[in-house]
Design a protein around this ligand. Structure first.
Ligand code: ADP
Ligand code: MG
Length: 686
C-alpha cells in the first residue's frame, strides 16, 4: 500500500495545474482522492436491443458497423460523422460532431458497444454522440460508470481516469475497522468498498460498498460524540428532588391551560428530577410553543426543594425578557430572581454576586456573564440553557461545574428532525413540544419575485402607518468571486437605501453580526420599545426575541436560506394580537426553489419543514449541521440512511458503555478512526 498521505500530484495524470484544480475540490492527498465519492452512476452495463430503446433513453447497444464512417466537413473545424449500425433487432443511425478521427477508429463489419442517448423520430432511430468500445474492452461502456461532482476545469472522463490511477497507485488498502464489527454487521472489507464505490461491478456491489462506507462514517461520528459526552459527564450521582414539591401548584395558577404536549414534557422532566442520575434533557419545541413556561415550572420545583437555578440566555435582551417573565410568574411564590448581564455597573454586579453566593437569590438569569469564574452559587441544582446552539460544550460544562451535578435542561427552537437529533445529541434524552397553544396566530406567508417590490413597499408603509413594525432580513454576504454575489442584498446597503430613499419618512435601523453586542442590544431594545419602524438585519435576530407589535417579516433572497432557518425567522412575527405576514423575496426560480418556497407557504409546522428540508437538500448542508460543529458527511445521507444510523447508534452505545476510551485491543482501530475523523476541534454544542 502506498502512503495515503502522499500528495495527489504523485498520481499519474496529475500535473501541477490539475493538482490545483483538484485542490479546489478539497482533494490534496491520495486519500482525499480515493475518498472523493461519485455523486451518481450511469448504468452502461445493460445492453439493449435497438428495437427496444425508447425516445430520449440513455442506453448501451452492441451493434455491427454496416458502413464505414461518413465524414462531412463543415468549414475548417466543424464536421459531422455519421454511421449506420445494426444488431439482431433493428438498425440505427449514429451521429457525432467534430470528431473526424472516429473515421479511423471504426471499421465496417466489426462489432462495437455504444453508449449514448437515443432519439426516435418518425420511426427513425438515431444515437447521439455515443462513447464506444470494441467488444472485448470495457473502457467507457458495458459497466456502471461513476459520475463525480465536478468543476469546469476537469472533464468527467479526466477525473474518472485520475481516480482510477489513484486506486492503482494506492494498491491494497488496509482494513480500518475491527473484524468483529465487520462480521457482526456483514460489512465488506474497506479495500473492496473503496474500489466498488468508484467502479462497481454491478448495483449489488455498489449497494454493499455504500453500506460499508456509510456505516464507517456514521459509526465514527457517533462514537466520537458518545466518547466526548461520556468523558464530560462521568459523574453519576446527582440530586434526587423530592416528590413532595408539586409542579401542579404553579400549573393550576396559570392564566392559561397548558397544552397536552407541555404536560407530557413536564412529566418527563419531573420523573428525571426525582431520579438520582442527573437529568440531561433536550427540550425541542417550535418558536412560541411555550418552552419557557415549562422551564419555569421545573425551576419552581428545584427552588422549592432548596436549590438555586441558573438560566443561560444567548443575548442580553433575551436574558432581560426571561427575567421579566420569570418574575411575573414565579414572584408570587416568594421566589427571588436576579439578572446577571454584561453592562451592569461594577457595584450592581458585586452586590448581585454576593446575593447569589449567599443564597439570597433563587434564580439567576444571565448571558455568558454567568459563566465567569467569579460567579459562585450557594447551591446550584438546576441549569436551563436557552437556544442551545449558541453555546458550546465547554460553556455548558463550565456552568454545570458550578453546581453539585445539577439537572440540565437544554431548550432549542431549531426544529431538528428525529434522525438528525439522534446524531447531534447522542445520548441526551429528548422531549418535544409538538403542538402550539390554541390561541396562536397563523402567519400568512407569500413567496414573491422582485417584480412585486413596489407593491410590497407600499404594504410595508401601510402596516407601519397602522402602528406596526417590520423586520427585513438579508442573507450574509460573503466575500466571493461568485458572479451572483453582487445581486445579493447586504443589510447595510439595503438599510441605507431604505433610510435615504424608499422609507425616508420612517425610522429605519440596521443590525448585523459585526456590531458590538452592546450596540446590538441597544437597537433591539429600541425596536422592542417601538422606537424603530423597520429593522434591517442579518440573521442575528433569529433567536427568540418577543416583539408582539412586529407584524411583518420580509426576507430578502429567501432562496439563500435553509427552510428551517426561514421558519425560525418567520417565528419572530405573529407573537401579538395582530394579523402577521411573512414575505419571502426570491431571486430567480428553478423548480427546487419553487418547491422549497411552496413548503413555507403551505405549512407552519417546524418539524415538517425540517424533514422536508433534509429530504430536498440532503443532510450535507442541512441548516445547523455546520453550526453544531458536525463535520459534513462524505457519503452518508441522514435522511436516506436512517436504518444504518439506528444500527450504528445501538452499536456505539454498546461499545462506549464497555470501553469509553476505546483502549481495548479490539477497539484500537476504532480509536484511530475517531481520533482522525472526529476532530475535537469541532465545537460541539451539548
Ligand atoms: P417559546 O419559548 O417556546 O418560543 P414561550 O414560552 O416564549 O415560547 O411562549 C410564548 C408565549 O405563549 C408566552 O407569552 C407564554 O406565556 C404563552 N404560552 C405558553 N404556553 C401557553 C399555553 N399553553 N396557552 C397559551 N399561552 C401560552
Ligand atoms: Mg424561547
Amino acid at each position: 500500500m502506498t502512503n495515503l498521505k502522499n500528495e495527489v500530484q504523485y498520481v499519474k495524470g496529475v500535473g501541477p495545474a490539475r493538482a490545483k484544480s483538484l485542490n479546489k475540490l478539497g482533494i490534496f492527498t491520495l486519500e482525499d482522492l480515493i475518498t472523493y465519492y461519485p455523486r451518481d452512476y450511469e448504468d452502461r452495463s445493460l445492453i439493449k436491443p435497438i428495437a427496444n430503446v425508447q425516445d430520449g433513453e440513455k442506453c448501451s447497444i452492441e451493434a455491427v458497423a454496416v458502413s464505414s464512417v461518413n465524414l462531412r466537413m463543415l468549414g475548417r473545424y466543424k464536421s459531422i460523422e455519421k454511421l449506420m449500425v445494426r444488431d439482431e433487432s433493428d438498425t440505427c443511425m449514429i451521429t457525432w460532431f467534430n470528431q473526424p478521427y472516429i473515421k479511423t477508429q471504426i471499421k465496417r463489419g466489426e462489432k462495437y458497444r455504444f453508449f449514448g442517448k437515443m432519439t426516435v423520430k418518425g420511426g427513425i432511430k438515431e444515437l447521439n454522440s455515443p462513447v464506444f468500445d470494441v467488444i472485448e474492452k470495457n473502457n467507457n461502456t458495458g459497466k456502471i460508470i461513476p459520475v463525480y461532482p465536478l468543476i469546469y476545469e476537469i472533464k468527467a472522463n479526466a477525473i474518472r481516469k485520475v481516480i482510477q490511477n489513484g486506486l492503482t497507485l494506492a494498491g491494497q488498502l488496509d482494513e480500518i475497522m475491527p473484524k468483529y464489527i465487520l462480521d457482526k454487521y456483514k460489512l465488506i472489507g474497506y479495500d473492496e468498498a473503496i474500489k466498488q464505490i468508484h467502479f462497481p461491478n454491478d448495483f449489488e456491489s455498489f449497494r454493499k460498498a455504500r453500506r460499508r462506507l456509510v456505516f464507517d462514517e456514521l459509526l465514527t461520528m457517533q462514537l466520537g460524540l458518545l466518547k466526548l459526552r461520556g468523558e464530560n459527564d462521568k459523574q453519576i450521582k446527582g440530586i434526587k428532588y423530592s416528590s413532595n414539591v408539586n409542579m401542579s401548584d404553579v400549573i393550576n395558577d396559570l392564566p392559561f391551560k397548558l397544552t397536552r404536549a407541555q404536560l407530557n414534557v413536564l412529566e418527563d422532566i419531573n420523573a428525571d428530577m426525582e431520579k438520582e442520575k442527573p437529568m440531561n434533557r433536550l427540550l425541542q419545541g417550535d418558536v412560541g410553543s411555550g418552552k419557557t413556561i415549562v422551564a419555569m415550572i421545573a425551576a419552581y420545583k428545584a427552588v422549592k426543594s432548596g436549590y438555586q437555578v441558573a438560566v443561560l440566555a444567548p443575548t442580553m435582551i433575551l436574558a432581560k425578557q426571561h427575567l421579566a417573565n420569570f418574575e411575573k410568574i414565579l414572584g408570587q411564590y416568594g421566589i427571588k430572581c436576579e439578572g446577571l448581564v454584561g453592562g451592569m455597573t461594577a457595584k450592581q454586579k458585586r452586590l448581585a454576586l454576593e446575593r447569589i453566593e449567599k443564597g439570597e437569590v433563587d434564580i439567576v438569569i444571565g448571558t455568558h456573564a454567568l459563566l465567569e469564574e467569579n460567579v459562585v452559587f450557594n447551591k446550584l441544582g438546576f441549569v436551563v440553557t436557552d437556544e442551545q446552539h449558541r453555546f458550546g460544550v465547554k460553556q455548558r460544562s463550565s456552568i454545570v461545574a458550578k453546581g453539585e451535578n445539577p439537572d440540565v435542561l437544554v431548550m432549542t427552537a431549531t426544529p431538528i428532525p428525529r434522525t438528525l437529533a439522534l446524531i447531534l445529541y447522542g445520548d441526551l434524552d429528548i422531549s418535544i413540544i409538538d403542538e402550539l397553544p390554541p390561541n396562536r396566530k397563523h402567519v400568512d406567508t407569500f413567496a414573491v419575485s422582485r417584480k412585486l417590490e413596489t407593491r410590497i413597499n407600499e404594504f410595508v408603509k401601510k402596516e407601519i402607518d397602522q402602528g406596526r413594525q417590520c423586520y427585513v432580513v438579508c442573507p450574509l454576504v460573503e466575500e466571493s468571486d461568485d458572479p451572483e454575489a453582487p445581486k445579493l442584498k447586504s443589510a447595510v446597503e439595503l438599510a441605507e437605501k431604505y433610510k435615504n430613499e424608499i422609507f425616508k419618512d420612517y425610522k429605519v435601523e440596521v443590525l448585523h453580526g459585526k456590531m458590538k453586542s452592546k450596540e446590538k442590544d441597544e437597537i433591539m431594545e429600541k425596536f422592542k420599545n417601538g422606537e424603530i419602524d423597520i429593522l434591517v438585519s442579518t440573521t442575528v435576530i433569529e433567536v427568540g426575541v418577543d416583539v408582539p407589535n412586529a407584524s411583518l417579516m420580509i426576507i430578502e433572497n429567501a432562496e439563500r436560506f435553509g427552510l428551517a432557518q426561514l421558519h425560525q425567522l418567520r417565528g419572530r412575527v405573529g407573537r401579538g394580537e395582530y394579523k402577521s405576514y411573512c414575505i419571502l423575496k426570491c431571486n430567480g426560480g428553478n423548480d427546487l426553489i419553487r418547491e422549497r418556497m411552496e413548503i413555507m407557504t403551505k405549512t407552519d409546522n417546524g418539524f415538517v419543514i425540517a424533514e422536508k428540508d433534509l429530504e430536498l437538500r440532503g443532510s450535507g448542508d442541512f441548516f445547523g449541521t455546520k453550526q453544531h460543529g458536525i463535520p459534513e458527511f462524505k457519503i452518508a445521507n441522514l435522511f436516506q440512511d436512517m436504518e444504518i444510523l439506528k444500527e450504528v447508534q445501538a452499536l456505539a452505545v454498546q461499545i462506549i458503555d464497555d470501553d469509553l476510551y476505546l483502549q481495548k485491543e479490539q477497539n484500537k482501530l476504532l480509536n484511530k478512526l475517531v481520533e482522525k475523523n472526529f476532530s475535537s476541534k469541532a465545537e460541539l454544542t451539548i
